[in-house]
Structure formats: C-alpha cells, structure tokens
Design a protein. Sequence first.
Length: 209
Amino acid sequence: MKTNRLVLLGLVVVAVFMGWRLYEQKHADTGQLTVRQNGETVILAWTGQVELPMHTLLLRAFEEWRNRSRHFLLQLNSPGGSVREGGDVVELLQRIKLTHRLDTYVASRNICMSMCVPIFLQGSKRFAAPDARFMFHEPKRFYDDGSEAKGFSFERKALTQRFFSRYFVNSPMDANWRVQLEKDWIGKDIFKSGKQLVEENSGIVTNLE
C-alpha cells in the first residue's frame, strides 16, 4: 500500500512538472517589456503578443515607478493576442489612470492589431506615427493547439457583441466611425494607418508623431 502511494505521488509530481513546462513553452517569448525614463515620463515599451505575462510585467513596472513619476507612456508594438490577458491589461491601465497620467504610442513601422487596439485606447493622449499600422477584426477563440474554435454563428455573434460593447462603445472611438467598423469588420481584417485614422476622424489616434 505504501509503495502504491509513493508511486502515485511520483506520478503527480511528474504531471505537475510536465504541465509547468508546457505552460512555460506556450508563453515563452510572447512579449517583452522594457522600461526607461525620459525626463519626467516613464516609458513602458511592450513588444510582442498580448499574452501572459504582459499584465504582471506592467503591474510590476508601475509599482516600481509609481512614486517616482506621475506620467506613464505605454509604447505598443503588438499583433494582438489573448482577449483575457488584454482585458486584465485594460483593467490595470484604468486603475493607473485614477492616480497617474497615462498616454499610449505606436511608433513608425510598428503595429497595433486586434486586442492591442483596446489597450491603445486607454491612453488619454494616443500618439501614432503616420505609417503605424492598426488592425481591427472580430474576436476569435483558439484551442490549445492553435487551431481556431469556430463554434456556432450565434456564439460568434454574441462574443463579438460583448467585445464591441466592452472595449469600443464606451471608448474615445468616434460613434459614427464605430458604427461603420461594426458593419465592415464581419469576417474581415480591417487595416488602417495612423494617418488614415486621423483623416477619418476615428477618435482612435489623437496626435500624429
């Protein structure tokens, strides 16, 4: 009996270890945060997917610098990623804005796509280079193997409506531009440059750099 328990314990330990290794592999190199100070501004530069541990790294950086600066600039270069992780990041940025000034920025030849856009919209001022690239599309679900979970049409529609309501309806996005986006993005990827977003009065980019 004692031998069986030891064997079972050993199997549990192996399973936990393998699960942790798979977790590490899945989220390895998904993104990188660099922090630097420019005058009175702390620049948080995120490059990579909106995936774990983006929220954790941003929170740690904010806690480290919150008493040394009142102004944070979140620089983004991201193809998007997890709606869940992105939602946690959005909530963190909203808390930061209660006590600090927060702006966002997408530099020349950089991208802000999919779930990156709701994050970008959290900036009080939202800077972008004229050739910065933005992309909008309906939210998607994926299995662990990376394949898309299609689901039923009513499920996809409900997911899209929840995403739109949560991140775009109560946002700086221009109401008329938002209505047109909701019509245009069904089944499509909508690409816009920073310059186009300003020229179209989208309300997404406030300042061209």
